[in-house]
Design a protein around this ligand. Structure first.
Ligand SMILES: Nc1nc2c(ncn2[C@@H]2O[C@H](COP(=O)(O)OP(=O)(O)O)[C@@H](O)[C@H]2O)c(=O)[nH]1
Ligand SMILES: [Mg+2]
Length: 342
């Protein structure tokens, strides 16, 4: 059983890449298990991936590199015991230190090695990442031989080239792939990337020190929608509205807002984004959300104390007649201080 880890910051494009990789490897006949670690209390990416007929197991409400280490080890041991997976694809939370993950694997699952790591770096937020989260970015680069520079479409070819050049200087051991990961394009990249991931000599060293760039917060909500439901377009406006409201003046907000819902026929749709520019609709774009939907806000900056009021106000605007239930059952404050500090 091989373990492939798709790392990267909140909303960088890990799930998008994982969709492409799992489809590619699935077509090669590999039996694949996906472990999906979500910082939020409810899992949404796992629902998106299950729609692709993948076997997905969820590690919610924390980070696999620190607070959910034990859960991660249990899930991996279980997968080894089951003896039917060729490949485990792990998407750690967007706040995970890959160095910490490597240490956990080395210590508790030496038979898996440190895993094969690919990191996704978001071109559209690269400048902000270098300022706000330099250690986390360095941690992701140090761990990866293959680095996918996502959202190249949003910055343009020239800027993507410039960032690629910078990444190659910072991580000379890594091959950098400028990419647009939307829809089929992730699969086309996967066809080129996957053989490199499975090749020999894939595991570079991890950074010595787990990254520590401060704390992250997650808040999840159940949204009870009005009888007539909500169009995916209105949900997109709502997600964009939340992202815009969270932007702190002068500094780019760093986080990810996701909303997941289904229509009465059981078709699913997910709307998510990190900036007003990258909000996308995935799944069935014709499906109106109805009944109960789920909304998750994950943030590097502290979330405003009145987040519930802010989201409720935007919901009144974009989905009049809805009501909001904040889920508070799991810890909401996550720390990046990995093994080194605990
Ligand atoms: N324009 C654009 N959007 C992207 C790209 N990759 C991901 N996204 C969008 O960015 C958001 C976060 O992507 P996701 O794969 O969920 O990121 P994750 O949190 O790292 O798993 C989603 O709305 C994606 O559709 C890309 O290459 N270009
Ligand atoms: Mg994801």
């Amino acid at each position: 059983m091989r373990l492939v880890i798709v790392g990267g910051f909140l909303g960088a494009g890990k799930t998008s890449l994982l969709q492409g990789l799992s489809r590619w490897w699935g077509e090669q006949g590999l039996s694949i298990l996906v472990l999906e670690n979500e910082a939020g209390q409810v899992g949404l990416d796992d629902r998106l991936l299950r729609d692709l007929s993948l076997e997905v197991r969820l590690l919610p409400g924390g980070c696999a590199c620190c607070d959910l280490q034990g859960v991660l080890v249990d899930k991996l041991k279980q997968a080894l015991d089951e003896d039917r997976w060729d490949l485990v694809l792990l998407e750690p939370s967007g706040v995970a230190s890959l160095a910490s993950l490597g240490q956990v694997l080395e210590r508790y699952l030496p038979e898996l090695g440190q895993g094969i790591v690919t990191a996704v770096v978001d071109a559209s937020r690269y400048a902000t990442m270098t300022r706000a989260l330099p250690k986390l970015l360095a941690d992701h680069l140090a761990a990866s031989r293959q680095v996918v520079l996502s959202k190249a479409d949003l910055v343009g070819g020239e800027e993507a080239e410039r960032i690629s050049g910078q990444l190659s200087l910072d991580a000379p051991h890594a091959h950098v792939w400028p990419a647009d990961l939307r829809e089929e394009r992730a699969y086309h990249l996967a066809a080129k990337l996957a053989p490199r991931l499975m090749g020999r000599g894939v595991a570079p060293g991890f950074a010595d020190e787990p990254a520590s760039d401060g704390t992250h917060q997650a808040q999840s909500y159940a949204v009870n929608l009005p009888r007539e439901g909500l169009s995916p377009q209105a949900a997109q406006d709502l997600v964009e509205g939340i992202i815009t409201a969270l932007a702190i003046s002068g500094e780019q907000w760093l986080g990810h807002v996701k909303m997941w819902g289904e229509n009465p026929q059981g078709k699913h749709v997910m709307i998510s984004g990190t900036t007003p520019q990258d909000v996308t609709i995935r799944g069935d774009a014709s499906a109106w959300l109805s009944g109960r939907a789920w909304l998750v806000v994950i943030s590097h900056q502290p979330l405003p104390a009145d987040l519930d009021g802010l989201v409720s106000g935007l919901l009144d605007q974009h989905a009049p007649g809805s009501s909001l239930e904040a889920l508070r059952s799991a810890p909401t404050l996550l720390s990046l201080d990995g093994l080194g500090q605990s």
